[in-house]
Ligand binder design. Structure first.
Ligand code: TYD
Length: 132
């Protein structure tokens, strides 16, 4: 199974002018992007995610704030990422259970390989771990 990995986006610019970072198919994004969504205003005591995807691949960036992203495979291997800079991202392959915590004002940007499909979600943790 493919493993999640951190992506280091280039920061194009300089401190006195600001920066631009680019996520482009085949350079740092290993799938064609079909959907983009973003989440915001999540209070810091809330844990989001709590699901896995059967097929969906994602690249995730904290364009603002700090996001703690934990991924677990069905064998119990865990991967922890702290997204604390807009030039940092993670590639999330299919098949990982995710739990996500947000700092105040964090904005999570997701580039997704597929359109939204509730049937692609596994929302039951024991189904994820043991199958059905
Ligand atoms: P979900 O993926 O469960 O978000 P999180 O893991 O951050 O809590 O989605 C939350 C709700 O938004 C759920 O009712 C489905 C809906 N949704 C869409 O309608 N389209 C989308 O592209 C996404 C990502 C979610």
């Amino acid at each position: 199974m493919k493993e999640p990995k951190e992506i280091a986006f280039q920061s194009i610019g300089q401190p006195d002018l600001g920066y631009i970072s680019v996520a482009q198919y085949e350079d740092l994004v290993p799938f064609e992007i079909k959907r983009v969504y973003w989440t915001y205003f999540t209070p810091n005591h809330i844990v989001r995610g709590n699901h896995a995807h059967k097929q969906l691949k994602q690249v995730i960036v904290a364009v603002s704030g700090v996001i703690d992203f934990t991924l677990e495979d069905s064998n119990g291997n865990t991967f922890e990422f702290v997204l604390d800079n807009p030039n940092k991202g993670i590639y999330v392959p299919e098949g990982y259970w995710r739990t996500i915590r947000f700092s105040h004002s964090a904005v999570l940007l997701c580039l997704a390989s597929e359109n939204y499909d509730e049937k692609d979600y596994i929302r039951d943790y024991s189904e994820f771990k043991h199958g059905k």
